[in-house]
Ligand binder design. Sequence first.
Ligand code: AR6
Length: 190
Amino acid sequence: MRKIDIISNQKKAWNVILSMHRIKVIKGDITSIAVDAIVNAANSSLMGGGGVDGAIHRAGGPAILEDCRKIVAKQGGCKTGAAVITGAGRLPAKYVIHTVGPVYNSGKGKVAELLASCYQESLKLAVANHCKTIAFPSISTGIYGYPKAQAAVIAMDTVKTFLAEDHEIEEVVFVCFDDENYDLLKKESG
Ligand code: AR6
C-alpha cells in the first residue's frame, strides 16, 4: 500500500471516531425533541398512520398533513428508501423529514440497502435545508417488522459513515421508544 493511501485510510478512521462524538442515543418520545429536524417513519402515501407517524401527526397538528398533501399532489407520495421534508406544525422541531422504511420480508428490493438509504436520504435533506441537529426514530423496527438488532447496526453504520464525510451536521440523536432499541443502539454507538 502506498504511503498516501495509508494516510488517507488513517484520516478516514479518525473521522469515523470523531463522528461518534456527534451521536447521542436517548430514550423518549421524538415528538418532544427540540432539534432542527425530526425524522418520521412514514409510509409511501404520506397520509399518516400508526406508530411514530401517528404520534408526530397528532402532536404536530394538521399543518404537517397539509404540507404532505402538497408533496403528494406534486410527486405522488414517497418511495421506499426516499425522504421528503415538511414543516413541523406545533412540534418543537423546525422540520419533519418523512422517510419510508422497507417492510421486512416484503420480498421487494434489498431491505438492508433500502433501510440505509432512509438514513442517508434524510441526512442529505437535512443538510440541504441547513439543519445542524436531527433526531431519528428506529425506522422500520415497529409495524414494518425489521429485526431490531440488524436495524441498529445499519442505522449506526450509515450515520457514522455520513458524519465522517459531512461536517455540517453537528448532532444526530437516536430517540428510542423501547428499552431493546435503546440498548442495541447504545451498544452500536460505542
Ligand atoms: N418516538 C420515538 N419512537 C417511537 C415513537 C415515538 N413517539 N412511537 C413509536 N416509536 P413504527 P415502522 C418507535 O411502527 O416500523 C406507520 O403506520 C417504535 O417503537 O412507528 O417504520 C407508518 O404510517 C419503533 O421502534 O414505524 C407506516 O405505515 C419505531 O418507532 C408504518 O407504521 C418505528 O416503528 C411504518 O412502520
